[in-house]
Design a protein around this ligand. Structure first.
Ligand code: 5GP
Length: 190
């Protein structure tokens, strides 16, 4: 593996990290490429296989765990597995690009531990749990049970924020985008 950088964005679901990651990917001078995760969860109607995720069956996912094909993987929600394939990072580094991840807090911290010097781990913090609930409801991609499950997990995830290199508070999107751009742009110059 070569010396590309790894930019990790982690946050509770609904914090706005996906919007931030998409914005950074549009800034061509940053030379970033998105790490497409593998997942065993169901595809949403607005998602494309091989673009948003590599959608795998539960059995196929398990087989890849057994074959040690993942850099990290997590059962993020019960029976929903998510993971970063080693081949994904190799693919992006081989193109001379930096890798940007949109992954959960445990996965993000695991990448940081594996590549401490090459990784910038950023935690995106929602202004409050109430605000998070509103955002998840407005997104209309999960039913109430799933929203409650995500909120319960969010409280535990917020406690891990100090373990990250940097925290970006997503109070206004404009501010979060600016701050994230500055952090990433400085880090890739190092
Ligand atoms: P969603 O189902 O909303 O797409 O994602 C649920 C959670 O799984 C999000 O917090 C997302 O960042 C996380 N996630 C996505 N891909 C990965 C991955 O490869 N590894 C880990 N650990 N978490 C991931």
């Amino acid at each position: 593996m070569n010396k590309g950088k790894l930019i990790v964005f982690s946050a509770p679901s609904g914090s706005g990290k996906t919007t931030i990651v998409r914005h950074l990917l549009e800034q061509k001078e940053l030379n970033l490429e998105f790490s497409i995760s593998a997942t065993s969860r169901e595809k949403r109607s607005n998602e494309t296989d091989g673009v948003d995720y590599y959608f795998l069956t539960f059995e196929a996912f398990k087989k890849k765990i057994k074959n040690d094909e993942f850099l990290e993987w997590e059962e993020v929600y019960r029976d929903n597995f998510y993971g970063t394939l080693k081949t994904e990072v190799e693919r992006i580094w081989a193109k001379g690009k930096h890798v940007i991840f949109d992954i959960d807090v445990s996965g993000g911290l695991r990448i940081k531990r594996k590549f401490p010097e090459q990784t910038l781990a950023i935690f995106v913090k929602p202004p409050s749990i109430d605000e998070l609930k509103i955002r998840l409801k407005n997104r209309k991609t999960e039913n109430n049970d799933k929203i409650n499950m995500r909120i319960a997990k969010a409280s535990a995830e917020l406690a891990t924020a100090p373990l990250f290199d940097k925290i970006v508070i997503n109070d206004t999107l404009e501010h979060a985008l600016e701050e994230s751009y500055a952090l990433v742009s400085n880090f890739i110059k190092e």
